[in-house]
Ligand binder design. Structure first.
Ligand SMILES: Cc1cc2nc3c(=O)[nH]c(=O)nc-3n(C[C@H](O)[C@H](O)[C@H](O)COP(=O)(O)OP(=O)(O)OC[C@H]3O[C@@H](n4cnc5c(N)ncnc54)[C@H](O)[C@@H]3O)c2cc1C
Length: 454
């Protein structure tokens, strides 16, 4: 279908950042069009069916103090689906699974001596309560941990955690990112317990409600339409071309991964194209197992073993019970990777075989016939590589091209990328575009502070 019409705002990318921008702008009476490359809206929040219920392709939970997502859930009238549950964390180390949720767990954690326990506790408290992320951008987190938490604590806990999250980029991650993460985790703890949030029925409930509200507000949602041209005259945005659509506007916001922006921007502004190319991403694989039995009783298990083909096991049914999935126990085997690592080129079958073969190391009773079904999901753009002094690389949301804005995962730094923080970035992007978003409550998120200068 070919269209030629004018919107107040065109949002490119129909993931949560793009949809949240559209939602906020539509509430302010803007005529918005959302352009999505793939056949479905939601980006990394897309789901699939398990036992008659939808489940996220990539594990998702949120935190009690996540003000922005809690606001959106209430605003969409789906709070009856929201649930917060106590969870168990654990560490697999040298052939054994240890509980690692409460201070009691820490006290009985035998891989640490008493001095390690003290250093672990004090260094964590300092990062979560006292440290200023702005002053720690040039310090690699792992060097800091080695110095202040000690070699053993770093080797058993922090190095595996950063390896799990950043793969071979773990050594580049600044302490600032760790500060953002520690503040987030400590905020969701009460008396040592951590409660994590989930929407019964999956994030599809949120996406469906959002899309329905956007449609009611007259927002145009166009999928299967990767943007292929940005129309600019005299350094001002005039519109875009996407698939067979030619759409006119004076404001465009790019919310998709920066990796894909270079070719669109280069003909109009070489310097900006160079700046967006500096933002690198890494990928993630989630192998989702439908099982007859549980692997462990832990929700989140960090696997501290360099030989393991996954960095963590997130056993979803230890958060939301198997009764919601027709009795299936569900576990994500998660691995982050860089594009030059072998796993990036492996077929789904190879990934499945490699990962499931390792499970007896975690639970010696595990048998392949526990598995009912396997699903492998892979993305090349799971997160941005947050390197030292990353704030200098973050591209300003308001670009030098009049009417062109960029708001995506890079603006979440120094926080952990998340749905909540994407909504914060969306709110900041609306402000930058002159659309009032002050009605979106601002929580403890550190996102949206970098890259939004006037
Ligand atoms: C393994 C994993 C686990 C996670 N766990 C959690 C969690 O527990 N809790 C949490 O809150 N968050 C979690 N997240 C993070 C969360 O999913 C993301 O922060 C969020 O979904 C990012 O949304 P986005 O809209 O910025 O990007 P995306 O979801 O990547 O959306 C970008 C969209 O742009 C589209 N697009 C790309 N190119 C074009 C183009 N040329 N033209 C038009 N459209 C285009 C894409 O198809 C996509 O729909 C996790 C992510 C991963 C990968």
């Amino acid at each position: 279908m070919s269209r030629s019409q004018k919107s107040d705002l065109i949002v490119i990318g129909g993931g949560i950042t793009g949809l949240a921008i559209a939602y906020i702008a539509a509430k302010k009476g803007k005529k918005v069009t959302v352009i999505e490359a793939s056949n479905s809206f939601g980006g990394l929040l897309n789901t699939f069916e398990v036992g008659g219920t939808q489940l996220e392709r990539y594990y998702h939970h949120f935190f009690t103090h996540d003000a922005e997502i809690n606001w959106m859930i209430r605003d969409l009238g789906i709070e009856d689906k929201l649930t917060y549950r106590k969870t168990k964390m654990g560490v697999y180390y040298q052939g054994k699974v240890y509980g690692f949720t409460t201070s009691k767990d820490l006290m009985s954690f035998t891989p640490f001596g008493w001095m390690d326990k003290l250093r672990f506790g004090l260094s964590g408290l300092y990062l979560g309560k006292k440290a200023d992320w702005r002053k720690n951008e040039s310090i690699p987190a792992l060097s800091w941990f080695k110095k202040y938490a000690g070699n053993r604590v770093t080797e058993v806990i922090w190095e595996p955690l950063l390896n799990m999250k950043f793969g071979k980029h773990a050594h580049e991650v600044p302490l600032s990112w760790m500060i953002g993460r520690m503040k987030q985790r400590m905020g969701s703890r009460k008396n040592g317990d951590e409660r994590l949030g989930y929407l019964n029925g999956s994030l599809k409930v949120l996406l469906d409600a959002l899309l329905s509200e956007l449609t009611k507000a007259g927002c145009e949602l166009i999928n299967n339409a990767p943007i292929n041209e940005l129309m600019i005259e005299d350094s001002e945005v005039k519109g875009i071309k996407a698939a067979s659509n030619e759409l006119h506007t004076e404001q465009v916001v790019f919310t998709f991964p920066s990796t894909y922006m270079k070719l669109l921007i280069e003909p109009h502004h070489q310097q900006l194209a160079k700046e967006v190319s500096r933002i690198k991403y890494f990928g993630a694989v989630c192998t989702v197992l439908e099982l007859k039995q549980s692997i462990t009783d832990t929700y989140w298990l960090n696997v501290a073993d360099k030989n393991a083909p996954f960095g963590g096991i997130i056993e979803h049914t230890n958060l939301i019970g198997p009764e919601h999935y027709n009795g299936n126990h569900l576990a994500y085997l998660s691995k982050y990777f860089d594009e030059d690592e072998p796993i990036a080129k492996m077929s789904d079958e190879e990934i499945e075989a490699k990962m499931t073969a390792w499970l007896p190391n975690i639970n010696p009773n595990f048998k392949p016939d526990w598995i009912n079904k396997v699903h492998v999901f892979k993305t090349k753009t799971a997160a941005t590589v947050c390197s030292l002094e990353f704030s200098r690389k973050v591209v300003n949301a308001k670009t030098p091209v009049k009417g062109l804005y960029i708001a995506n995962m890079m603006h979440i730094y120094p926080d952990e990328r998340s749905v909540n923080n994407s909504i914060r970035v969306a709110a900041e992007a609306c402000q930058a575009m002159g659309i009032d978003s002050t009605f979106v409550p601002k929580g403890a998120s550190l996102s949206g502070q970098i890259g939004f200068s006037k």
